[in-house]
Design a protein around this ligand. Structure first.
Ligand SMILES: Cc1ncc(C[n+]2csc(CCOP(=O)(O)OP(=O)(O)O)c2C)c(N)n1
Length: 281
């Protein structure tokens, strides 16, 4: 049984951070709101429930790692890192501004960032390397990476997948933010992934499939993934909606990498404010 209070607390945080994401991108008039709104529920659960980290000591050697392979969705990650206290919230106002800390794609100089993501397909490869290194060093930490469904069209994703199962990386958990949309349209129209669950299973992975906006399911999946001990890596296929929470952004590829204008921002913030966290999923 997942504690109700915990789920509500996480849902409230995800609602609050949806506003931070929109505000950050609106103020910058640049950035990626769609994939940030689809990933935020999982990121909130990871950083507030699962990851063993210490924001006061970001380089703690035994920390769990999180790699945002779909690095363009940085506003979601920055909102969570600021909330955890890795850097002051005021930094969010400088998003994508020259000489400020928070650039469009994560950089290693930012506290809490372990991978400079942006070139799709590379983060998951890097994460395989960390997971392998941690195994060789007999460290207890877990390595998490988030990839996008469009990103799965990169061949490197499948090389990473194959090598993680070959090396029996049971300390490695990938989350696929399957939000159905990529940069230029629906993923099924651009290049359908087919039966993605069967594919990862065929590559030797444990597969868990959830609704990635249902906080109770997220928490259960993260618990399950951590406990599986069968010498296999695990993927959580997180079925999500790009732009989730803002009606005119949902499943709309135009908001993949476009900031809302004044009117859109106002409407989006009103819609987020009206979210009923009890029924949100
Ligand atoms: C190697 C590479 N090719 C192209 C791009 C440009 N690009 C940035 S985001 C994106 C679409 C990614 O789609 P998806 O993985 O589904 O991300 P999400 O919908 O979660 O934002 C593309 C093609 C890139 N960043 N890296």
């Amino acid at each position: 049984m997942v504690k109700k209070d915990l789920v509500l607390e996480l849902k409230q945080k995800a609602k609050d951070l949806r506003k931070e994401i929109l505000t950050m991108v609106y103020k910058a008039q640049s950035g990626h709101p769609g994939g940030s709104l689809s990933e935020i529920d999982i990121l909130v659960a990871l950083y507030n429930y699962k990851l063993r980290i210490d924001p006061k000591n970001p380089k703690w050697e035994d920390r769990d790692r999180f790699v945002l392979s779909k690095g363009h969705a940085s506003p979601g990650l920055y909102s969570v890192l600021a909330d955890k206290g890795y850097f002051p919230k005021s930094e969010l106002d400088g998003f994508r501004k020259i000489n400020r800390m928070l650039q469009g794609h994560p950089e290693l100089s930012t506290p809490g960032i372990d991978f400079a993501g942006g070139s799709l397909g590379q983060g998951i490869c890097f994460a395989v390397g960390i997971a392998l290194a941690c195994k060789l060093d007999k460290k207890k930490c877990k390595i998490y990476a988030m990839i996008g469904d469009g990103e799965c069209q990169e061949g490197a994703v499948w090389e990473a997948s194959m090598s993680a199962s070959f090396h029996k990386l049971d300390n490695f958990i990938v989350i696929l933010d399957k939000n159905q949309v990529q940069e230029t349209g629906m993923t099924k129209d651009v290049m359908d992934l087919g039966d993605v669950s069967a594919k990862w299973k065929a590559f030797g992975w444990n597969v868990i499939e959830i609704n990635g906006h249902d906080m109770e399911q997220i928490v259960k999946a993260l618990d399950k993934a951590e406990k599986l001990e069968n010498k296999k890596p695990t993927i959580i296929i997180s079925n999500t909606i790009k732009g989730k929470g803002v009606s005119f952004m949902e499943l709309n590829y135009k908001f993949h990498g476009k900031a809302p204008n004044d009117e859109e921002y106002k409407k989006a913030m009103e819609e987020i404010e009206k979210i009923n966290i009890k029924s949100f999923k």
